[in-house]
Design a protein around this ligand. Sequence first.
Ligand code: ADP
Ligand code: MG
Length: 340
Amino acid sequence: MRGDRAQRGAISAGRLLFVLLLSLSAAILMRILLSPESSSFIEVSRRNAALGTFSTFIIIASEDSTEMILDSMDSLAACLDRELGVFDPEGELSRLNSSGGASLDSISVHLAEVLRISLLAAEVTDSLFDPAMGPLVDLWGFASSPALPESASICSVLALSGIDNISFDSNSVALAGGARLDLGAVAKGYTADAIYDLALSRGALAALVEIGGEIRCGGMPGTDRLWIIGVRDPRSGGTSDILEMTNGAVATSGDYESCFIDQDGTRYCHILDPRTGYPESGVASVTVRAPTAGIADALATAIAVGGVSLAEELPDSLFFSITVITVDSAGALQEWRRDG
Ligand code: ADP
Ligand code: MG
């Protein structure tokens, strides 16, 4: 157990530095344009380590409540990191993954909601979003030391993937023997939603929650705060798009965030194609705007695998807009967009 925690510390440190560099290079820029309506309401922000990356919380609340609200947001981030991540052996997801096929009963509302979003995303993406790829994700090792695995190893762990391995009803879940979940493509978005809801329920007038680039923002009816969000260009590191939002969520995925390039120049990124077991290629960046960050996060990952053809087919009730930047074999980028 001690060894696992030490490893988590090492992974987090690498990821933190990575995300810090991203934010310094304007990966996600946020600022509030309007000032609070009443002098007793102030805007405060807090930037922290969370979920193996960085988080930014911005709230507008009465002056005497901001610390209490931000502290409760931090506590929920720490709780969901523990329960939905794979690094704490006492966490709910870890206990499920090590249950050897036994059912986990009376699961938390958080795990139940992440599973519901994950299964919805799997359904609408023809399983290109696959939350049951734990063994495959571990094999590629993107969380520690990524390397090209043997193709036979890919084939054998791929056989343990797929949502057919998950039995879920509203308060219990079981996995087929050998299967493990990895919620890395949806947990940050879901956590942003949960923390945002908590901030408003604790009295914030408006809030923006960003976790590793996945964002949920908005406010109480009538506040209409305008949030300006910059999206990182997948190759130059500059800003490829500026989004303006009052209420909603935005998530990005791409081949640039966690990847390695071999001596032939082939790029291998951490978004894996469940059909082949290999990283996606041909999509440099996906940005999904949606009502909530959980579904935006999951869809962005799936579209990175399925490309424009998947983005064309998704039900438009699930999103506000999708932007896909494709990359051809010569490295040329091309932008495609659909509004929901
Ligand atoms: P980021 O974590 O950088 O925001 P994503 O949201 O796209 O990026 O999530 C990528 C992570 O999701 C991977 O590191 C892996 O843990 C997991 N994953 C990779 N491919 C898939 C997939 N096709 N479906 C579901 N989860 C995936
Ligand atoms: Mg995602």
